[in-house]
Design a protein around this ligand. Structure first.
Ligand code: ADP
Ligand code: MG
Length: 184
């Protein structure tokens, strides 16, 4: 069902969107030297109580009552454990949530990174008022993308215009490729 890291991250970002975040920060560390892929997703949404947080990675823990599954975090936890990493979640009610997931970069079960540009495009188009910061960090380089910078350039044109979204997708994927290039 979830074939790459981008799809797992999208689930986590959807949780942040569901928690009414206004700013979502994503840091992906892709390190050959440390044999590590680190995924950090931080939001300023409603947060969780310590009691809820303690059982939030159990399958079927959810606050949604529309569909009865609550699997996003359980899947992410399973992924990290299968791939030689770990999952950590910090959350403060009314302040926000930070999720840190790691996997071993060369682990046989670690899925490919997937399409980060497409992931970001999907996030942005779900609500144009939410801002995103994406940082893709390799051993030698770093790519930074901020919706606030784009919005400033757009002078009132919606960031959700199809042409803009498609441009963002390739801009991000090219930036990431460039950051990786110098790694080889
Ligand atoms: N970033 C977040 N901020 C606040 N609550 C969250 C966040 N992420 C997850 N949660 C809470 O944890 C529950 C479980 O999340 P998840 O495992 O993705 O299942 P689902 O999204 O299907 O409910 C959510 O229903 C929500 O109540
Ligand atoms: Mg979810």
């Amino acid at each position: 069902m979830m074939e790459d890291l981008a799809m797992h991250m999208l689930e986590i970002i959807m949780n942040s969107i569901g928690a009414d975040a206004r700013l979502i920060r994503i840091v992906i560390t892709d390190s050959i030297l440390r044999n590590l892929i680190l995924m950090e997703i931080e939001d300023d949404g409603r947060g969780m109580t310590p009691e809820f947080l303690a059982r939030v990675t159990d399958p079927f823990t959810t606050s949604r009552n529309t569909r009865s599954i609550g699997m996003g975090l359980a899947f992410m936890k399973g992924l990290t454990e299968t791939c030689g990493g770990s999952l950590h979640i910090d959350s403060t009610l009314g302040v926000g949530t930070k999720l840190t997931a790691s996997v071993q970069r060369d682990h046989i079960d670690t899925p490919p990174m997937g399409n980060i540009g497409a992931m970001m495009m999907q996030c942005i188009q779900s609500n144009e008022d939410i801002d995103y910061e994406l940082r893709y960090v390799t051993d030698v380089n770093e790519f930074l993308f901020r919706t606030a910078d784009i919005k400033e350039q757009l002078e009132g044109v919606s960031i959700c215009e199809p042409d803009i979204l498609l441009w963002i997708r390739s801009y991000i994927n090219e930036g990431i490729e460039q950051a990786k290039e110098e790694m080889r």
